[in-house]
Design a protein around this ligand. Structure first.
Ligand code: NAP
Length: 316
């Protein structure tokens, strides 16, 4: 029987968990084996993971017993929720609570909870700088994750709290790529003013997570922030210009304008960018690039990522 330790991976068919699964599988006969958890073991992505050597197991974040079964016998668990599937902080909280209880009951020795800040610790609900959303949140998809940290702590799960960063992949998949303005020139737009936005290649998140698991107990109980590079909007636009060979500008749209863009989640993201802008020194300081590279020596900077992905970026 193999003496590899099993890492049970929530979201293994997605960006974060997928990066972790691929990193484990690439390490071949290393100390860990990948158990990919998905609701649909017959999807193309699940079948690909199985073909690449992962154990594929069915479970649903809404079903605690299924999670406990999926975690059974695992040494580590990567825990992530997908706010953007349902846009409900309450559902995200319930799913995180299920994860924490299941990890405890299955006696997981090291969990990573993919979290973000509860921004209400910086901007209280009565703070008028940004609107309160859904009655009790400032940045719903951040606040619920940060609030859920306590579930892991209170349930006594040995956990590393992983603070992720803005995926550069949002320029491909999330409608944030360069858009043509009325004069035909391309621009990226987000409300960071001249402050730096920590970003990361989504694939690198899983590689950093593997680096955390490889450290054994060292980072249990710690909060670890990761980023590939911290760049201003102008610096990102300059990288786009160099890599695409056509001018891309940065439009520092104000948060109140961004919140009114009208796409689903625009208010949440407007508040999110404002939080990153207004508390920029803190926000950058907890996402150290060199510490991230120490966990993942392959960590990409923005221009490297862009060079690899330029054909995939839709130019609106
Ligand atoms: N975009 C960004 O810049 C950014 C930055 C930091 C953090 N985040 C956070 O990242 C999270 C999403 O992670 P991701 O980007 O890795 O996701 P993703 O690529 O959209 O994939 C979602 C994954 O979650 C799994 N999943 C969703 N609901 C599930 C359920 N009920 N039971 C079991 N599995 C479920 C899916 O598995 P199956 O469909 O196979 O079951 C899939 O593997 C969000 O909460 C977001 O707030 C995003």
């Amino acid at each position: 029987m193999s003496d590899q330790k099993i890492i049970a991976i929530i979201g293994a068919t997605g960006a974060q968990g997928g990066g972790l699964a691929r990193a484990i599988l690439a390490s071949g006969g290393g100390q860990f084996a990948a158990r990919a958890i998905t609701r649909n073991v017959d999807s193309d992505k699940a079948r690909q993971l199985a073909a690449d050597g992962a154990e594929v197991v069915a479970a649903d974040l809404d079903d605690e017993a299924s999670l406990e079964r999926a975690f059974d016998g695992a040494y580590c668990a990567y825990c992530v929720t997908n706010f953007w599937e349902h846009f409900s902080p309450e559902k995200e909280l319930a799913q995180a609570a299920n994860l924490a209880r299941a990890a405890k009951r299955a006696d997981v020795r090291h969990a990573i909870w993919s979290t973000l800040e509860d921004t209400r610790e910086w901007v209280t609900l009565d703070d008028k700088r940004m609107p309160t959303l859904m009655d009790k949140y400032k940045v719903p998809h951040f606040d619920a994750k940060g609030e859920a940290d306590a579930f892991f702590t209170e349930d006594g799960v040995p956990t590393t709290f992983l603070l992720t960063s803005f995926y550069w992949d949002n320029f491909i998949h999330f409608g944030m790529g360069p858009q043509k303005g009325p004069n035909g020139s391309l621009a990226i737009a987000f409300p960071m003013n001249g402050e730096k936005l920590p970003g990361i290649a989504a694939e690198d998140i899983g590689k950093c997570a593997l680096g955390i698991f490889e450290k054994g107990d060292e980072l249990i109980g710690e909060t670890v922030g990761i980023a590939g590079e911290h760049l201003t909007g102008d610096e990102m636009a300059a990288a786009f210009t160099r890599v695409l060979g056509q001018e891309v500008r940065y439009n520092a749209v104000p948060p109140e304008v961004y919140r009114g863009f009208g796409f689903p989640g625009a208010e949440d993201l407007g508040n999110m960018f404002q939080f990153k802008r207004d508390f920029n020194e803190y926000y950058c300081s907890v996402r150290d690039v060199e510490a991230s590279r120490a966990l993942n020596p392959d960590l990409e900077d923005f221009e490297t990522w862009l060079g690899r992905n330029k054909e995939r970026i839709p130019l609106g």
